[in-house]
Every structure is written in C-alpha cells, then in structure tokens.
Design a protein. Structure first.
Length: 572
C-alpha cells in the first residue's frame, strides 16, 4: 500500500508553495502547535480554496462546489439543525439509507462515525467551502443557533418511548433491573448520551456533572476551569441517562443508596477518551460526576505548559539528578499529572527504565511500565512501591503521597539511587515540606531527598484575536497586590469575546512556583518557624519565584488577565 503523502510535499508538487515557505511554516508550527494548513493560509502562502482541494486529494475525499449543488430536501429533514450548526455540516442528499454530508475541513471527517451512531444510518462525507456551508445552513435551517435542548425536543418525538421512560422513572427505587436496562437502551437515551459526550469532547471539557433537584435536572460541564450549563433533560430522560452511564461504567444500576466508582473507555470524534464516573446519593437522587481524560489531545511537552525560560532551566536541571524526590503540588485539577508526565517524557529514553504507579493510570506513556493501584484487593501505593523496587527502575512515578507509609517508601527509594516523582495536595511549595513533616517524616530525611517542589495553578489564556489592552482601576490592581506606582510600565489586557473563543478566553496555561530547598530553608523548618517565615526564607534564600510573581509576568506578557490570576492566588 502506497504511503500517504505529506501536505507540504503535495503543495510543493502542485506548485502552490516553495520549499522556503514550507520551512518557515513548519518553524511557526513548532512554536504555536497549530495546524500546518491553517498557518500556510494565515501567512498568505496558499489560498483556502487551493488548500482544501489538496486536502481532499490527500484524504481521498470528493470535493464539491456547494453553490452549484442541488440539496435534497429529504436530507435536510432527517438531519437535525442542532447537529448541522454544532458541526458546521450540511446534508446534501439522502438515498438508499445513506446520508451525504458536506464539511468544511478534513478534521471534520472524524465525526462520521459519531453522526452515524446518533442518526442510526450510514453517512458519506464530502468536502466543500466553509463559507458556502455556513450560508447553506442559514438558508435551510435559519440563523439562530440551536442548543442541545433543541436536540432533546427532536429526540422526544417518539411519544411511546418517552411515556415508557416517564413510567419507569416514576417507580424510583422500586424499578426492576430489567426495566432499568431496557430504558437505558432506548434510542432517545442512547442518542442523548452520545450527544452529551460529543459536545463534551468537541468543547474540550474536563468534567461533566449530572445533578438532580426537586423540580429540575441539569447537566453541566467544565471548560477551562469554568462550569457552564449544557442541558436540562425531562425527568424520564434524565433518569434513563443515569442508568446508561452506570451500565456503560460497569456499575450496579440497582444500587442508588451508596457512592460508586466506574470507568468508561470510548472513541469519540476519532479520539480515545477515558471517563471516570462517580456517583453519590443526594436528597433528590444520585448525583453523577464524570472526569474526562481525552488522551487524543493531551500533549505532554514541557515547552507547552507555560514555564518561563528561567523555570525551564531550573526544571531541566532537576530532572538530570540521578536520585532524589521531585514533587508536584496544588489542588485537584491544577495539572499536576500533566506536569509529571511532561517531565517523564524528557527522561524517558531507551537507556532509562521508567515505572509508574497510579490510581488510576490516567495516560499511556510509550516505553514506561505503568501499574494501576487497586486498594480493594490491598494493592496500595506503599505495597506497590516495594515490589517496583525489585524491578530495577531508574525513575519511579508515584501517583500521590497520601500517608506516612507511602512517603517513607518514596524516601527509601530515592536514598537507594532512584529518581522519584510524585504529587501532594498543598496550597504552595513551602507548605509541601511542612505537610510532610506533619506526616511524621523526619526533617533530616526530607533534607537528604527532596530536590525540588513544583507548585502550580491553571489560568485561562486570553484569546489572541480579541484581547484588548487597557489601564486597570486601582481597586483592580489591589487584587494582585499592586499599586498604580508598582504597575507603571506594565501592560494589562482584558477579555472581550469573539466567535473563536469562549468569553474572551481560549485554553489554559500553568502558573508555577518552584522551590529548590537550601540549608537556611531546612533550618527554618527544623526550628519550627511559622509558615509565613518559612515562605519568606524560600523567597530570599532559595530564590523562589512565587505563584503571584509568575502570574504578574503572564499578565504583562498578555497571556492572561488580572481576574484570572486574582482568582487563583487571592490572599496569597
């Protein structure tokens, strides 16, 4: 089978760009991480139309001129407007139970399987001009953007099935397992389940929450650290949706009085997605939370995390240590695991043996031996560490230091010539050492093994297309500990909002505080000085740059805003 040609190679062959232009575009891609085709268009090296033509040849997909194509009205009727607007796809024809859909770029070809699953019949994809597709959507479906709520109305058209859902939902805890399994498999439930996951992955959400109340049921999701309303399903559909999630996660659908944990592995929009599902009983029924781990989009590169040049040098020196402990710390969801995996990617070479032990294993790292913790059968972090040491590792990742036993094993591992990476839940870097001392770990052991502590937070990134420079009011400056005098010479930007972002922000980046403990720091810990004094020693004697300092740098560089930094380091 012939190898698929690279986009750059095909554009040169067609005489659309030069070798020099391709080199410049590839350099820009390495810096920004954006798609090569988009960079070539933005730099003015190739037109959108020519790029799309070459992409269609590369993907082996037909390209059509939508303006000169007659659109089948039957196709419009079977394809709901919310899907058309959500995925910017226009149905072209529907015959022999196959729906032909026109999409604007080759990346959208990944949605073919998902749409096939939702609609229940086969789909064929063709490429067309994006502007022509938008115009056609407005013509055939109207300008107003529909939400997933509109899809629920579309799903609820089958009155018989909806009545069955309401009937089983009204039975509450008296519903039988058979009836629960049946309603969880009804087409409207399966389709809503899939649509929620499609929107979750499409919007890069990290969590989904299904929450019951007395007179309402809401589904919310978290994007870039902020919760947004997604949908409010009717009672019957909501109850069945719970059953669907629990069955897919391998949980007991009959048990609604005790908390449960489960896991779902799916491929959505062509991306491998791991869902960690948790339920807790509430006054009005079970509350379900889903943590979304999108393995397809996670790129563990140190350069992409938001470390300053100075911090990059410190971290690169840390991972060259032959032994010792490196800790990542911060609240839940602040990106600790991502940081540790970025470090592992730097270390993980063919001559280094890496073993990780996590609860659960969140991401796959090629070349590393990864061991999941199973506390219900007695496989704890401490017990796992003892066995791992017999495997002759060079580098060990311990998911979390939860107790004295795990801390002791991590210290012993580092004292016997291993580099140990782990996480801890504390507010800042100096507090991490105090927390370990509170676990009754001897200070002299900590001083012998702790090489560095990386504290972090995640802040939203200002959209580069619409951010606006401005001068903040004195009260706003006080939120980040600045006076108008101190803020002189600094630049400040605020979110505006545009079609390419969500409220003026797009993506998140880390704020970091890296502590490399020195003798004066250990002396302050050993003599039992207050946390404030210990932090002061860390700044003055160890050269630690605080989270706030890093946040101020990112504000000045136009990466984030005052409100984002203030939210993460308020009162720091």
């Amino acid at each position: 089978m012939a190898e698929k040609k690279l986009l750059g190679e095909m554009l040169i062959e067609n005489g659309l760009i030069t070798e020099e232009q391709l080199t410049k575009a590839l350099e820009e891609q390495r810096k920004s991480g954006h798609f090569l085709g988009r960079i070539l268009v933005d730099l003015g090296y190739v037109s959108e139309k020519d790029l799309k033509r070459v992409l269609s040849i590369q993907a082996g997909v037909e390209m059509i001129d939508l303006k000169n194509t007659v659109i089948d009205q039957k196709a419009i009727q079977v394809f709901p407007s919310a899907l058309a607007k959500a995925y910017e796809a226009i149905p072209v024809k529907f015959e022999n139970n196959v729906l032909t859909l026109a999409v604007g770029d080759t990346l959208s070809l990944n949605i073919q399987d998902d749409i096939t699953f939702v609609l229940g019949y086969k789909t064929k994809m063709v490429l067309a001009d994006s502007d022509d597709i938008k115009e056609a959507i407005e013509t055939y479906y109207g300008k107003e953007m529909e939400t997933i709520d509109d899809l629920i109305k579309w799903l609820s058209q089958d009155v018989e099935e909806m009545e069955e859902l309401e009937s089983v939902a009204s039975q509450g805890e008296y519903a039988t397992i058979t009836s629960l399994e049946e309603i969880a498999s009804l087409p409207p439930v399966v389709k809503l389940f899939d649509l929620i996951l499609l929107q979750t992955v499409r919007d890069n959400a990290s969590d989904v929450h299904l929450e019951p109340f007395e007179d309402d049921f809401r589904v919310r999701y978290r994007v870039d650290g902020v919760l947004y309303d997604m949908v409010h399903p009717p009672k019957g559909l909501a109850f069945a949706l719970f059953c669907r999630f629990k069955i897919m996660a391998g949980m007991d659908i009959a048990e609604r009085r005790l908390p449960q944990d489960g896991r779902i592995e799916l491929s959505i929009m062509g991306r491998a997605v791991d869902l960690r599902v948790n339920t807790v009983p509430t006054v009005f029924g079970e509350c379900l939370a889903i943590r979304v781990l999108d393995r397809g989009k996670t790129i563990f590169e140190l350069e992409n995390l938001g470390l300053s040049q100075q911090d990059m040098e410190v971290v690169n020196n840390l991972i060259k240590k032959p032994n010792g402990i490196i800790l990542a710390t911060g609240p839940t969801g602040c990106g600790k695991t991502t940081t540790l995996y970025a470090l592992l990617r730097k270390i993980n070479t063919p001559d280094v043996k890496v073993i990780t032990t996590e609860d659960p294993v969140e991401y796959m790292l090629e070349g590393a031996v990864q061991v999941p913790i199973r506390e219900h059968i007695g496989l704890t972090f401490a017990k796992c560490l003892r066995s791992i040491l017999r495997q002759d590792p060079d580098v060990i990742l311990v998911g979390e230091v939860r107790d004295f036993e795990t801390a002791q094993m991590a210290i012993q591992s580092s004292l016997t010539g291993h580099l140990v990476l782990s996480t801890l839940h504390t507010n800042d870097a100096p507090t991490t050492i105090v927390r370990l001392a509170d676990m009754k770990v001897e200070t002299f052991l900590l001083a012998s093994t702790i090489e560095g502590v990386i504290a972090q937070r995640l802040v939203r990134v200002l959209c580069p297309r619409c951010k606006q420079e401005y001068r903040p009011e004195p009260a706003e400056l006080l939120q980040i500990g600045l006076t108008p005098e101190k803020a002189e010479g600094m630049k400040f930007y605020k979110p505006v909002g545009c079609p390419f972002c969500r409220g003026g922000y797009k993506g998140r980046v880390g704020m970091f505080e890296i502590l490399i403990p020195q003798p004066p720091f250990w002396e302050a810990v050993l003599t039992g000085r207050s946390l404030g004094e210990i932090r002061e020693v860390a700044v003055k004697e160890c050269g630690m740059k605080t989270l706030l300092d890093d946040g101020l740098e990112k504000i000045n560089l136009g990466i984030t805003s005052i409100e984002e930094v203030a939210r993460e380091v308020h009162g720091y």
